[in-house]
Design a protein around this ligand. Structure first.
Ligand SMILES: Nc1ncnc2c1ncn2[C@@H]1O[C@H](COP(=O)(O)OP(=O)(O)OP(=O)(O)O)[C@@H](O)[C@H]1O
Length: 647
């Protein structure tokens, strides 16, 4: 039987915060002389927890791995705030204390709407504390546990605000290092995101001592591969974690899963997440593309700044097709949230009257009806909780998969009728800027990939002891010798797809939707539509540059074409995917430019399993942001449009 006086447990070790070290849960020096009680002064008001300097400590709001958070009153200003106090057993450890106060210093420098405001950080009676803005509302994980899966629009909005907060932190050289749902607070009443808990944050490039000591810091399910390997991290680790959160919001699944922390870490280093569109077909292409881009193993292959990510998310919110209101089938709360839907407090919170603030993550250690007299639980006073008002999130609409979703088909992106059909005129094309040139020549890209293959996640060794919060230190040595190149080929294929699509590059291979049966009804010959008054495909620039990538989804098949210039010629390549499986590849380097049109003959390198003919002549041209193509084969012809994947 678990002792109710135990600290909140990580329900699922895959998800809880983790500080892994070869030498114990907190590295070299687990506190030898741990204090067992918080040194609060006697309460100034009956029923309160105590006092700390000028603060009246009113009640506990929640606990984390290193500290507990209390609602408090600053008697000097008569201002309510949240007081995060380091757990005494950790306060005895100098390294831990330094990390705790570093959180405050890092966070205090950030002044942004999407980051919690830190007022003060200090030590009193040997107790380090941080005084910060008292938030009303819920952490994202708890909120979803209460309200269920978010709409895609909400998911994107939340991720965008988090990206904006991160951008502000990154501008100051501060990396969060533990972006996860529990650290994205949805503030009541509007649900504005506040980034919390810069507990692992440190100024970029400063003081890597903890990781030097072999510690891996973060939350496994959301940490980046470089973080899992204990390598030096920069701001791009936060982008990976944000990608994981977004993946979870859009699919209801974690991108990297495993039965244990070690399995999750291994998956992180060696596997690619299942494509988002497979798990939730309602996720529009630009969004799933972005998610996979964020989840690239190598930081260099991710978007490079949080501001850039925020921009992309903004554009996705503005998509003329709208964002489906259909949520993923379910978004289970990550267990690390330490809250369960059956938690009576949750029920109370839903019904409860609004309060000034606070959310209590851990289930109450005393029944809701128990007297509020403080008692000591595991050296921390625990008091009753006051429910907070849930933020007014956008209502979510339940819906069967496939309804109201964004559909990419026959060349045009349109919106299927929603429950409340909007009055609209002919389907609008997805509008993205005209042709863009990307600054990274393909050759460079290829050599970079080779380099990555040698030096990248050959997950070498994660040696250490996994400090669990339940039983003490568990030593685990993780050796993964396979390189990505040597990894399972099917997995590699799928993974490369995600990554390459995310980067807008699909080297080698192509998978062109076969002309027969193509977009406008297959076998019946159709007139090739007149040339659209659209900009020419520009002549290949000097040097090799990726020009663009086009994608469409037809009958569950996803067709990705990439056009680029190689040695002064246009090259077309593509891949055809049936779910996660690549079923066709094609490279067309023998292309002809004539006027506005680029023509090539489609010959498959890898023949799709279905009877799709090789040898069709395909002509493509740009139309706005789309790629219009026509095909001819054995007397049949057709045409279609693919949407541009903008980047
Ligand atoms: N500014 C705040 N206002 C209101 N409640 C807060 C505030 N900061 C934290 N809390 C509450 O206190 C709980 C504990 O926060 P803390 O940052 O210590 O841990 P955590 O982020 O949940 O876990 P860990 O530190 O292990 O990752 C949070 O879950 C939240 O419920």
């Amino acid at each position: 039987m678990p002792d109710p006086n135990d600290p909140p447990q990580i329900i699922d070790p895959r998800l809880g915060s983790l500080l892994v070290s070869a030498r114990g849960p907190f590295g070299a020096s687990s506190p030898s002389v741990a204090k067992n009680t918080l040194d609060f002064g006697p309460p100034a008001v009956a029923g309160e927890v105590g006092t700390l300097g000028p603060y009246r400590v009113v009640q506990e709001l929640g606990r984390g791995s290193m500290g507990a958070v209390f609602e408090a009153l600053d008697t000097r200003l008569d201002r309510s705030l949240a007081l995060k106090v380091m757990r005494p057993e950790f306060a005895a450890d100098a390294e831990g204390r330094a990390r705790f106060l570093r959180e405050a210093k890092a966070a205090a420098r950030i002044d942004h709407d999407n980051v919690v405001t830190v007022y003060e950080a200090d030590e009193r009676n040997g107790t380090p504390y941080i005084a910060m803005q008292l938030l009303r509302g819920y952490p994202l994980d708890a909120f979803l546990a209460l309200k269920g899966a978010p709409s895609l629009r909400s998911a994107v909005r939340i991720a965008r605000e988090a990206a904006l907060g991160l951008a502000a932190a990154h501008r100051l050289g501060v990396v969060h290092r533990d972006i996860k749902p529990a650290n994205l607070w949805l503030e009541a009443p509007q649900g504005r995101v506040k980034l919390l808990d810069f507990g692992l944050a440190r100024p970029d490039g400063v003081d890597n001592e903890l990781t030097k000591s072999g510690a891996v810091i973060g939350t496994p399910a959301f940490m980046s591969p470089e973080q899992a390997l204990g390598e030096r991290v920069d701001h791009r680790t936060d982008l990976f974690s944000l990608g994981s959160v977004l993946y979870w919001l859009c699919t209801g699944q974690l991108p990297f899963q495993g039965a244990s922390v070690v399995a999750v870490l291994m998956a992180l280093g060696t596997e690619e997440p299942k494509p988002v569109y497979v798990l939730n077909p309602n996720v529009p292409l630009p969004l799933w593309e972005l998610i996979h881009w964020l989840l690239a193993k190598s930081p260099a292959e991710r978007p490079q700044t949080a501001a850039e990510v925020a921009n992309h998310l903004h554009e996705i919110l503005e998509l003329p097709t709208g964002l489906s209101s259909v949520a993923p089938p379910s978004v289970p709360p990550p267990s690390g949230a330490r809250v369960e839907a059956s938690d009576p407090w949750v029920t109370r919170a839903l019904k409860g009257p609004g309060s000034r603030g606070g959310y209590r993550a851990a289930p109450p250690a005393v029944p809701p009806t128990a007297p509020s007299e403080p008692r000591v639980l595991h050296s921390m006073p625990v008091v009753t909780v006051r429910p907070a008002e849930p933020p007014d999130e956008e209502p979510r609409t339940a819906g069967a998969p496939g309804t109201g979703g964004t559909v990419i088909s026959s060349g045009t992106l349109w919106e299927e009728p929603r429950r409340k059909p909007r009055k609209r005129n002919p389907p609008r094309e997805y509008e993205a800027p005209e042709v863009e040139y990307f600054d990274r020549p393909r050759r460079q890209y290829r050599s970079a990939r080779r380099k990555d293959d040698h030096t990248g996640p050959i997950i070498a060794i994660i040696a250490g002891a996994i400090g669990t919060l339940i039983a003490g230190a568990l030593i685990v040595v993780l050796i993964v010798t396979g390189s990505r190149r040597g990894a399972d080929s099917a997995q590699q294929k799928t993974g490369d797809h995600g990554r390459q699509m995310a980067r807008g590059t699909t080297p080698g291979g192509a998978g062109v939707r076969p002309p027969v049966g193509a977009d406008h009804g297959a076998d019946a010959p159709r007139a090739v539509p007149p040339a659209v008054d659209a900009p020419d495909l520009p002549p290949p620039p000097s040097g090799a540059s990726l020009v663009g990538q086009w994608t469409r989804q037809v009958d569950g098949l996803i067709d990705v074409w990439t056009i680029r210039s190689v040695a002064g010629k246009w090259e077309i390549e593509g891949r055809l995917f049936d779910g996660v499986e690549e079923v066709g590849t094609f490279v067309g380097s023998d292309t002809q430019m004539s006027g506005r049109t680029l023509t090539f003959v489609q010959n498959f390198d890898k023949q799709p399993p279905r009877p799709w003919p090789s040898g069709a002549t395909i002509a493509v041209k740009l139309s706005g942001a789309n790629l219009v193509f026509t095909w001819q084969h054995n007397g049949s012809s057709g045409s279609g449009t693919m949407i541009r994947v903008k980047r």
